[in-house]
Ligand binder design. Structure first.
Ligand code: ATP
Length: 305
């Protein structure tokens, strides 16, 4: 039985400035994406049933496993149908290769590690991992000769969601446009990595609902107006990529973190505010922030211990 697996990382946004609501309903952003070592794994394997079937399991030791233990993970939140981002990623590669659903019989299995609807791009990571796994599967199954090249994969990824191209690339990158126009940042091997901790919330937040609250709050003067120019500060990029000791860089990084979605996310789910306040008084926590549209709260520790 042929089986191809691939992983893609969850992400946090160390900087997320959101522009005004556009006529098409989208917002331009200036985002600094950082991949985290919480990985989604997707396996594409031969199956009996024609087309694409799906299944899901939870990665032991992951933040989702913690949610399972706390009774706050609801697998029903992950739709195992054609709307699943892993399914859409796999299908996009299949169609790009000129194949149809009736040409294959595969199961797409998702191993979930990144909290669902947590602002950490778990669904986007599934899409990216499924694209890579399906790309390898079709070649190994002799259904096609050549895999889809990386540049084309990135284009297909952007059509699935603004965070999917970053999930394909990983690392550290600036995202402009809707977040999909990526500039990967070179991080020298010797650069000490940031240590993140994650506090998954007891409920999820819908990304569109958080953007709607931001727009309404800006209109009412509850949140600051958007910046006239959307860009990630060069000082933050420098502090993240320099080889100076982490202890020197952390105060700079902490002072430059920004997320325009944090206040609207906290207003929709007030427990975020108390989590942030609790972390502010915690020894060993250099900074804490809401990831993306929340509600996962992320903290940075000065060291792994
Ligand atoms: P982002 O930060 O990119 O907005 P998120 O991390 O907050 O996303 P996801 O876990 O990616 O949220 O999923 C958001 C919604 O997408 C879920 O509530 C679910 O209904 C739907 N969804 C579709 N496919 C998946 C998938 N493979 N994993 C999780 N959710 C999925």
């Amino acid at each position: 039985m042929l089986s191809c697996s691939a992983t893609a990382p969850g992400k946090v946004n160390l900087y997320f400035a959101v522009g005004p609501l556009r006529a098409d309903g989208y917002h331009e952003v200036a985002s600094l994406y950082a991949a985290v070592d919480v990985l989604e794994r997707v396996t594409v394997r031969s199956a009996k049933a024609p087309g694409i079937t799906q299944s899901l399991s939870v990665t032991p030791g992951s933040p989702v496993a913690e949610q399972v233990a706390a009774g706050t993970f609801d697998p029903a939140l992950v739709p195992l149908d054609a709307s699943n981002l892993a399914y859409r990623g796999a299908l996009a590669v299949l169609q790009e290769q000129g194949l149809r659903l009736q040409d294959i019989s595969v199961e797409v299995h998702i191993e979930k590690a990144v909290p669902v609807a947590g602002g950490m791009g778990g669904g986007s990571a599934d899409a990216a991992a499924a694209m890579k796994a399906m790309n390898a599967y079709l070649v190994q199954a002799d259904l096609v000769q050549d895999s889809v090249p990386r540049e084309r994969l990135l284009e297909l990824a952007a059509s699935l969601g603004a965070d999917v191209p970053f999930a394909l690339l990983g690392g550290l990158a600036v995202g402009l446009g809707l977040g999909e126009k990526l500039t990967p940042l070179e991080v020298p091997e010797a650069t000490e990595q940031l240590c993140f901790g994650f506090c998954p919330a007891s409920a999820g937040l819908s990304t569109p609902a958080v953007f709607r609250e931001l727009d309404a709050g800006r209109e009412a003067g509850r949140y600051p107006a958007p910046d006239p120019v959307l860009e990630v500060p060069a000082t933050l990029i420098e502090a993240l990529t320099s080889q100076a000791p982490l202890a020197e860089r952390l105060p700079i990084i902490s002072s430059l973190l920004r997320n325009d979605l944090a206040a609207p996310a906290s207003s929709l789910l007030p427990e975020l505010q108390s989590t942030l306040e609790r972390l502010a008084h915690q020894p060993g926590v250099a900074a804490s922030f809401v990831s993306g549209s929340g509600p996962t709260v992320v903290y940075i520790s000065p060291d792994k211990a």
